[in-house]
Design a protein around this ligand. Sequence first.
Ligand code: ADP
Ligand code: MG
Length: 239
Amino acid sequence: MIELQNVTLTFPDGDSRVTAVDNVTLTAPAGKVTGITGPSGSGKSSILAVASTLIRPDSGSVLLSGPNHATVDAAKLSLEEAAALRRDRIGIVFQQSNLLPSLTAREQLLVMAELGGADRRTRRAHISGRVDELLAAVGLAEHANKRPHQLSGGQRQRVAIARALVQEPDALLVDEPTSALDQERGAEIMQLISDLTHERGTATLLVTHDLVHRGTLDELVTVVDGRIAADSMAGSAAA
Ligand code: ADP
Ligand code: MG
């Protein structure tokens, strides 16, 4: 589960500051896809950046819990500790798949084993043992040896999803995964994220401004001007 409590994030804006996230409290339970929607500039990506520890909030907590780890407040970690937390417990998928152009699909996943950590050998064995299963789970068993330029946009996004899941994260954070895809390919990616979330029990937080995919979300939170909208389901998601 990932839980944001009273999170506020501001950015410098000339002489003053702009409030991107305004006292947001929300819960993304394990095994569910919690959607975040709202207009452009409402703070969706900022919420995800805080949840993923890429940006530290001005105030509030980001509690990450999972079956094999103690609960931590990611908002209180040093930069190094946050990097280790992302490496070990958080999977991130952005709008663009951000794959390394020279690596095959298989190698994009294998490279995740080389990010260091306390016990590199254990991590390497653990990840390399999971790569083929994950490529199969995202429907790319036949494409494991292709490089990004040989894959379609939807296939590249599948590689990014497999890569995000290879270390068995507690949380999967996804920002507008369908924005570069046509509707049919987008629907397939949303269904895949939903299936993998339910199967693997990740706490998935997914930003989308496009409610055509509403049906694949288990929960939905609406953000307006950095705040959870009054009629949204936030807070009731913890069941
Ligand atoms: P969304 O993803 O909903 O479109 P964002 O989280 O990207 O919204 O942006 C929320 C607000 O924060 C906007 O006013 C945006 O201009 C501002 N903002 C986002 N990132 C930065 C940044 N790195 N520096 C300054 N302002 C930012
Ligand atoms: Mg955004």
